[in-house]
Structure formats: structure tokens, C-alpha cells
Design a protein around this ligand. Structure first.
Ligand code: SF4
Length: 223
């Protein structure tokens, strides 16, 4: 896109600080069902589901966890079987050796340092083996204590298209979004962008003609 066009588009929609409230409200109205797609019934199940979701689809994880969570109910259960058995049980999510090792390490630490409970803060969550910042952010947000903003491929693409960041690096994008998005919305904001990205703002073919942000809030709009 030529530079002059981008400048003109940014001028047309106005500063991001002025637009952000309306962007959130319109997306929330358009996607009232925008929540995490991973199924879980407890903080422990949530943590395991998010750990398994790396490099695979949520649908795939839900198929695996349906049986997994019936068999493994407490942290001790994951340590009571031979590592190979857990590997077999999560095989279909891919990277099963790595994931099984991370889950076992995490369960051991939950028992020794957190009384078998899933911690709530980002600092504590990222200490768990195999739990990176993204996983920790998702878990903390779902447990009602969002301490950051999850940046995945949809959040990155939409934040850039909406002119909310000029960064490429997820850590820098998160920093920009945290300055912009009201704290009360940190948990749901990524879900709104993810669902909008899946349903409307496709990576290759954004359907601007059907987008609630097109006319006045998106500098990348093609309508
Ligand atoms: S107007 Fe187009 S580019 Fe902008 S968010 Fe909507 S679909 Fe995406």
C-alpha cells in the first residue's frame, strides 16, 4: 500500500486512543460468543488444555482432553503413570514427548510449591516447566486475573490492520496493546480479535464489506 494512502487512511479514522472503546464495543456486539474454544472444567484442566494447544487446533485438543480429563483428575494422576502412557494419551496433539515432559514437570512443581493448586499470577505461572508467557497469559485471563494481553497470529494481524501497533514482535505488540486497551478488557480483547479474524478479517481475504469496523474505525478497510 503506498505510504500516502496509509497516511490518508490513518487521518480518516482518527487516533487509536479515540477509536479503541468503540472498536471493543462493536466487536463485542458482533461476537457475543467470543470466548476461549478450549474446553475445561477446572483451573487444572484449563492449564493442561492450554499447554496441549501449542502447534495444534483447539478442536484437536478438545477431542484429546475429553478422554484425558476423565482419566487424569489431579496433579498426582499425571505422575502416577509411566511417561510413555501419558505420551500415548496426548499423542494426537503433536509434539507429544515435549508436552508430556512439560506436563509432568508442571504437575511435580504444582505439588511441591503450590499445594497442588494452579497459581494465578503471571510470575508464578511462567515458573512452571514448559509454561511460556503466552500460555500463562491465557490461563491468568481465563481465571479472571488477566495480567497481560495474549498475542497470537490473529491478534497480531488485526492489531496491525486496525492501526493499533506498528510492531511485528509479539512482546512489543502486547506492550502497545496494554497501553491502549482498558485493563478491564485485557481478558476478552484477544478473544474478540481472534473471532473477528476467523469470521471476517481473514489473513488473505478480509471481508471488509461485512465488517462492523469498516466504515469509520479501520484504516485498512477496502470499502
Ligand atoms: S475493515 Fe477489513 S481489514 Fe479492517 S478489520 Fe474489518 S475486515 Fe479487517
Amino acid at each position: 500500500m503506498p505510504r500516502s494512502f496509509v497516511k490518508e487512511a490513518r487521518r480518516r479514522v482518527g487516533p487509536k486512543r479515540v477509536r479503541i472503546r468503540e472498536i471493543i464495543d462493536r466487536l463485542a456486539a458482533a461476537h457475543p460468543d467470543a470466548t476461549i474454544a478450549l474446553k475445561s472444567r477446572s483451573p487444572l484442566e484449563l492449564l493442561v488444555a492450554v499447554m496441549l494447544s501449542a502447534q495444534t487446533t483447539d478442536v484437536n485438543v478438545n477431542l484429546v482432553t475429553e478422554k484425558l480429563f476423565a482419566k487424569y483428575r489431579k496433579p498426582e494422576d499425571y505422575l502416577a503413570v509411566p511417561p510413555e502412557e501419558l505420551e500415548r494419551d496426548i499423542f494426537a496433539t503433536g509434539f507429544f514427548r515435549q508436552k508430556a515432559k512439560a506436563i509432568r514437570g508442571t504437575m511435580a512443581m504444582l505439588l511441591t510449591e503450590f499445594d497442588g493448586e494452579v497459581p494465578r499470577t503471571l510470575e508464578e505461572l511462567v515458573r512452571l516447566p514448559g509454561v511460556g508467557r503466552k500460555t500463562a497469559n491465557v490461563v491468568a485471563a481465563e481465571l479472571g486475573e488477566a495480567q497481560g494481553i495474549v498475542v497470537d497470529t490473529h491478534v497480531r494481524r488485526l492489531s496491525q490492520r486496525l492501526g493499533l501497533t506498528r510492531e511485528e514482535d509479539p512482546v512489543k505488540i502486547e506492550r502497545d496493546l496494554k497501553r491502549l486497551v482498558p485493563r478491564a478488557d485485557w481478558g476478552r480483547f484477544p478473544h474478540l480479535l481472534i473471532w473477528h479474524g476467523r469470521r471476517v478479517c481473514d489473513a488473505r481475504r478480509p471481508r471488509c464489506e461485512d465488517c462492523v469496523l469498516a466504515a469509520d474505525l479501520c484504516p485498512s478497510s477496502r470499502v
